[in-house]
Design a protein around this ligand. Structure first.
Ligand SMILES: NC(=O)c1ccc[n+]([C@@H]2O[C@H](COP(=O)([O-])OP(=O)(O)OC[C@H]3O[C@@H](n4cnc5c(N)ncnc54)[C@H](O)[C@@H]3O)[C@@H](O)[C@H]2O)c1
Length: 343
């Protein structure tokens, strides 16, 4: 199919979903957002209608598809915080697996076959003790926490629907999503925030506590963990491309989305200090259980299959977009700091 798509974006009021809705609109498509606003922001939905509802409700999803003549779905909605998934596995299995099951049932009932799914590098678990090699999609899938378990189970359910019912699906396995819309319309507005770059920026700006670096004795060049930081606008663009990609004869493909270049936690802290122009207060702490030394993508499959290449490869540039957002957020928890500054 070419031309304008009418795309159901579940979780489109959240961080990555809202950036993707903007990218869809820029590419000439119509995003229809379905979100329960449990962790998203109505102000982030500016490029198409917002339907407030629960993605686990098959009838609500089916109605949304029908009322808005939807022809494709991008499924972001779900719970995302790894630590919480260990404390509340019941909620994670419910939201993340019943959510995708309801989307698939509603798609099948409505004759909609094109799906792009938010997956994660967490499906790889803790690859090879101490390995610093980039991770390809053919590695064993051995998640080590309930969050990763639910995402892998969701991928498998989608693959089974693809084989049995002709769904055409691409699962995109993001590494560390980061940064903000370069035009300042959107950014990361999680409450509580658990991601490194926004927490480091808050610490540097004096808006949050000093950062704890979890582990300084990993087998990496400076001893801190290495991760692959991929800009949210690059992720958004990959979703638009994935809508048109051919997932192959099985109707299902999984692809890594990362830059292929890793940065250590201490390198991120240095980049934040340079970009914000102030030292980032931080202290070294113990390792967290289950944190691998290095998680860096081999993005070759997405580069070939989607003709996708991240535009943001420079860490300082990525951090600069996130810092600009944190200084002037258009919505979200950080807005209170801006308003109190003005008052
Ligand atoms: N942020 C990352 O680094 C990262 C990395 C890998 C994968 N992912 C995946 O990407 C997706 C989006 O992540 P994000 O960072 O934008 O998260 P987010 O929390 O900002 O967005 C998720 C959105 O889903 C909505 N939602 C949750 N449960 C819902 C339900 N039952 N019905 C309707 N809406 C519901 C929330 O309100 C929120 O707006 C998630 O599936 C996440 O697992 C994120």
């Amino acid at each position: 199919m070419s031309g304008t798509r009418r795309v159901l974006v579940t979780g489109g009021a959240g961080y990555i979903g809202s950036h993707t809705a903007k990218a869809l609109a820029r590419a000439g498509h119509i995003p229809i957002v379905l979100d329960d606003l449990s962790n998203g922001h109505a102000e982030a939905v500016r490029w198409g209608p917002l339907v407030i509802g629960d993605v686990r409700d098959v009838e609500a999803v089916r109605r949304c598809i029908h009322d808005h003549a939807v022809d494709s779905v991008i499924h972001f909605a779900g719970l995302i915080e790894v630590g919480r998934s260990v404390r509340e596995p019941d909620a994670f299995w419910d939201y993340n697996l019943n959510g995708v099951a309801a989307v698939l049932q509603a798609m099948r009932a409505s004759g909609v076959s094109r799906l792009v799914f938010s997956s994660t590098a967490a499906v790889y678990g803790q690859p090879e003790n101490g390995s610093l090699e980039p991770l390809g999609e053919t590695l064993p899938l051995l998640p080590i926490n309930p969050y990763g378990d639910t995402k892998l189970a969701a991928e498998r359910l989608i693959a089974a629907y693809a084989r049995a019912y002709g769904i055409q699906a691409t699962a995109l396995r993001y590494f560390n999503a980061c940064g903000a819309d370069p035009e300042g319309d959107l950014g990361e507005a999680h409450d509580p925030e658990s991601h490194l770059i926004p927490l480091a920026i808050e610490a540097a700006l004096g808006l949050g506590p000093a950062l704890t670096v979890f582990g300084g004795d990993f087998p990496t060049p400076d001893g801190s963990c290495v991760r692959d930081y991929v800009h949210v606008s690059d992720l958004a663009r990959a979703h638009v491309l994935a809508l048109e990609a051919d997932p192959g004869p099985d109707g299902f493909a999984a692809m890594n989305l990362g830059t292929g270049r890793g940065y250590s936690v201490l390198e991120v802290i240095a980049a934040v200090s340079r970009t914000v122009g102030r030292a980032t207060p931080h202290a070294m702490g113990a390792r967290r259980s289950g944190d691998p030394a290095s998680l860096v993508a081999d993005p070759g499959r997405a580069q070939r299959g989607l003709r996708w290449r991240p535009r943001y490869t420079d860490l300082d540039e990525i951090v600069a977009t996130a810092a600009a957002w944190r200084r002037r957020p258009a919505f979200g928890p950080g807005l209170a700091d801006v308003l109190s500054e003005v008052a």
